[in-house]
Write a protein that binds this ligand. Structure first.
Ligand SMILES: [Zn+2]
Length: 133
């Protein structure tokens, strides 16, 4: 199984609950974070579009992956705080998806985070004259 396959598996612990959700249409931005396939430096790096898989913002040497952007990247600290305020707790790999499928408002807060985070990533990649879309 690919690394990105494992990512979705970790993020979506119960496929049954995921498929049974009554709201939560995935869009262009949220799909990238949930699947790990997206405009991440670590992802296009595999295709030699980016010079480095490391996050250009954080100086901790972490690769820019969906997991990094969602849970740790300092670039989205404020947006993450807003998301966590809406959800009522700190997000983790294991609680994020169960929380966002529980409540429509949670889902919408996640989509908002995804749109900001992934637009920003796309803009930065564009500035660097890399194509990832
Ligand atoms: Zn970062």
């Amino acid at each position: 199984m690919s690394q990105k396959g494992r990512w979705s598996y970790r993020l979506i612990p119960s496929l049954k609950d995921w498929l049974a959700r009554v709201h939560g249409e995935v869009n262009f931005f949220s799909t990238q974070l949930l699947s790990g396939h997206g405009c991440f430096r670590s992802y296009p790096h595999r295709f030699r579009h980016a010079t480095s898989p490391k996050c250009a913002w954080c100086a901790n040497g972490e690769d820019e992956t969906a997991e990094h952007v969602l849970f740790r990247c300092g670039r989205f600290y404020i947006e993450r705080e807003h998301l966590e305020a809406e959800l009522g707790e700190q997000i983790t790999v294991s609680n994020l998806v169960p929380m966002i499928i529980r409540r429509r408002e949670n889902w919408e807060a996640f989509n908002k985070f995804a749109a900001i985070a992934m637009t920003d990533a796309a803009v930065i990649m564009h500035i660097m004259q890399r194509s990832c879309l």
